[in-house]
Design a protein around this ligand. Structure first.
Ligand SMILES: Cc1ncc(CO)c(N)n1
Length: 221
C-alpha cells in the first residue's frame, strides 16, 4: 500500500472491487447508456426521497458531534452547508416526483432502504464518535457523486429527462464538497486511535454494501 495515500484514498484502493460495484452499478451504467427503464428510475426516485428524509436526523447528529468534538472551526460550517442543502433537495424530489407521476405521500421504504436507514440511525448514539460519523457522511455522498458524474461525463447517452438528477449529484461543485468532506475525514483519521480507525474502515465498507443494495432495489422488479 502506498504510504503517501490518505487513509480514505487507501481504502478506495484496498476495497476497489466493492467501490466499483457501488459507483459503476448496472443501474448507473443503464442511465449512462440510455437503456434504463422509467419504472426503475421512478422506483429509485420514490425510495431516495424516503432515504433523504431519514438522512436529515443522521446529518443533524453529525453536525452535533462536530460541534461537540471537532477542534476545527470550519468543519461545523461545511457540515451545516450540507444540511442546509437538503431543504432544496427535498423540493427537487417533490417537483421531480410530480413530473414522473410518483406519489411520495404513500411511499413505503423497501427492505434495502429500511436497512440502510436503520444503519444511519445507528450513528446517532453518543458512542459513535465524530471521526466515524463524518467518514460515513463522506462515503455516502461520494458514492452518489462518483456514480452520477459518470452519467454526464464523456460519451454518455443519458436521456435528457434524467440529466437533472445526474447533475444534482454529478456537478463539480458537489465534487468539491465531497473533497472537503474527505479532507475532514482524513485529518481526523490520521489522529485517530486504532479502534476508531478500524471502525471507520468497517463503516466505509458497510456504506458501499448498502449503496449496492440500494441500486439493486431500484433496478430490480
Ligand atoms: C441512497 C443514497 N445514497 C447517497 C445519497 C447522497 O445524498 C442519496 N441521496 N441516497
Amino acid at each position: 500500500m502506498d504510504d503517501d495515500l490518505s487513509p480514505t484514498a487507501t481504502w478506495q484502493v484496498k476495497h476497489h472491487e466493492l467501490y466499483q460495484r457501488a459507483t459503476r452499478h448496472p443501474f448507473i451504467l443503464a442511465i449512462r447508456d440510455g437503456t434504463v427503464d422509467a419504472s426503475s428510475f421512478k422506483r429509485w426516485l420514490g425510495q431516495d426521497y424516503v432515504f433523504v428524509r431519514e438522512f436529515i436526523p443522521f446529518l443533524s447528529n453529525v453536525l452535533l458531534k462536530s460541534w461537540k468534538e471537532s477542534e476545527n472551526n470550519s468543519d461545523l460550517e461545511i457540515i451545516l452547508g450540507g444540511l442546509a442543502a437538503l431543504s432544496d433537495e427535498l423540493s427537487w424530489f417533490k417537483n421531480e416526483a410530480s413530473k414522473w407521476g410518483v406519489d411520495l405521500c404513500g411511499m413505503t421504504p423497501l427492505t434495502a432502504n429500511t436497512e440502510y436507514c436503520r444503519f444511519l440511525h445507528s450513528f446517532t448514539t453518543p458512542d459513535i464518535n465524530y471521526t466515524v460519523a463524518v467518514t460515513a457522511f463522506w462515503a455516502i455522498e461520494t458514492v452518489y457523486q462518483e456514480s452520477f458524474s459518470f452519467c454526464i461525463e464523456g460519451d454518455h447517452k443519458t436521456p435528457t429527462e434524467l440529466l437533472g438528477a445526474c447533475q444534482r449529484w454529478g456537478n463539480s461543485n458537489f465534487g468539491q464538497y465531497c473533497k472537503s468532506l474527505q479532507q475532514i475525514a482524513n485529518r481526523r483519521l490520521k489522529e485517530a486511535p486504532i479502534d476508531v480507525f478500524r471502525k471507520a474502515e468497517e463503516v466505509f465498507i458497510s456504506v458501499l454494501e448498502h449503496e449496492i443494495e440500494f441500486w439493486n432495489m431500484s433496478s430490480n422488479e
